[in-house]
Design a protein around this ligand. Structure first.
Ligand code: KG4
Ligand code: ZN
Length: 389
């Protein structure tokens, strides 16, 4: 089965084409393109939804062409862009112009399903991907599947690189997923693929958001997560400490919830105090603060996961979301899994942040739930993966 996955929920325009074997045991990544808009949003210190929408419109067709080319499926053909397709793209003025110019000349590729993220994310950004996916599905007459972005993050951890392809792990349940991204910090109890219960959530900022906001206070560029992680690593190597310790919010609370806004505020006050004392926020001080902030976040995450494993008799940990690109968090989760004798599934580093592969995989696991591309399909800014337990 071949699936084309389209992802535009935030600032990455990403399309991937995968092939899953009949037994559902192996997957080949035939083409995978991620076009990041980070440079465009960096000057705003965060993702600017209207700019993201504009950029997705510009990038989707080139990203599709690149993915098809990589899969050796880009060849010339003849399609007719009907008025029905133009109507689907009516709210994407830039995209519709490019679509009418380019798509009639691209031959229908040999794919079975198109899958697209319909939430959660930035609604203006999601709409572009949804309307593009619908237009493609109608143009090529290919079934359409809609996917939850966070399920994509969960499923990405199931694939493991082998010499010639990726194997698909069948996790032992019950499993626990930790989803840590720019918009989410959730602990999810999984009884089987497709059955998700949220047992822990953040009460305020998401962990990635906390990284990004702390980075901004330290005048580090957006996105802050990777930069904080790099400086924290350097601090450990150079044995640099923070001038003050930071709190570990809610680390001892009985529930599995998180709160990161207090940590962010603590950094804000620490920076202010240093300023008042006339201490410059130089590279060494910044490194120390990054290390302490990363340690605080890691400590809280590990403590909550330990509690959740013990409470729910967990067999497998499945980690997803952009923040798991963080080496320190990865290392401590590996240690936790080994301490608790549970298996740990982590996404490959370069699959941790948003990509089309995760949506193609989610499309595979949801391929029985196709929808009619001719009917309206709504974007959901907020879209829980399951009920809150
Ligand atoms: O999953 P993702 O790509 O997008 C969302 O769905 O939100 O996650 C992006 C988040 C950003 O907040 C970014 O700062 C964070 O992941 N991030 C990291 C690292 N790499 C990306 N956070 C900490 N350490 C990293 N190495
Ligand atoms: Zn994400």
């Amino acid at each position: 089965m071949k699936i084309l996955g389209i992802e535009t929920s935030c600032d990455e325009t990403a399309i991937s084409l995968i092939e899953v074997d009949e037994k559902g045991e192996a997957v080949k990544i035939l083409g995978n393109t991620v076009h990041s808009q980070i440079d465009i949003h960096a000057s705003y210190g965060g993702v600017f939804p209207i700019l993201a929408k504009r950029e997705h419109q510009r990038n989707l067709i080139p990203v599709l062409e690149k993915t098809l080319m990589e899969a050796s499926m880009l060849s010339t053909g003849q399609n007719i862009v009907t008025s029905e397709i133009e109507k689907i793209l009516a709210r994407e003025p830039k995209l519709v112009v490019m679509f009418k110019e380019v798509m009639p000349k691209i031959r229908k590729p040999d794919i079975d399903y198109i899958s697209v993220t319909y939430g959660p994310g930035l609604e203006p950004a999601l709409w572009v991907g949804i309307n593009f996916a619908r237009a493609l599905a109608v143009l090529w007459n290919i079934p359409l599947v809609r996917c939850n972005h966070m399920e994509g993050h969960v499923l990405t951890a199931l694939i493991k690189k082998e010499p010639s392809n990726y194997s698909i792990t069948k996790p032992i349940f019950p499993a626990l997923s930790l989803l840590i991204s720019g918009g989410h910090t959730q602990i999810v109890l999984i009884e089987k693929i497709g059955s998700y219960k949220i047992i822990g959530d953040t009460r305020d900022d998401a962990v990635g958001e906390c990284f990004d906001k702390i980075a901004r206070m330290l005048s580090l560029p957006y996105p802050g997560g990777p930069k904080i992680s790099k400086l924290a690593d350097e601090a450990r190597k150079e044995n640099i400490q923070s001038p003050e310790l930071l709190p570990r919010p809610m680390i001892d609370s009985k529930d599995l919830d998180f709160s990161f806004s207090g940590l962010k505020t603590a950094v804000l006050y620490l920076v202010k105090r240093l300023e008042e004392k006339g201490i410059a926020l130089d590279e060494t001080i910044k490194k120390g603060i990054c290390r302490e902030a990363e340690d605080a976040i890691t400590d809280v995450i590990v403590a909550k996961m330990r509690k959740a494993i013990e409470k729910h008799g967990i067999e497998t940990l499945i980690i997803g979301g952009g923040v798991i690109a963080n080496k320190n968090i990865r290392f401590h989760l590996e240690k936790l899994a080994s301490d608790c004798s549970v298996s740990l599934l982590l996404p490959q580093f370069d699959h941790a942040t948003d990509n089309g592969l995760m949506i193609a995989l989610a499309g595979y696991f949801n391929s029985t739930k196709t929808i009619d591309a001719k009917l309206p399909l709504k974007a959901f800014g907020i879209l829980p993966l399951g009920p809150r337990a």
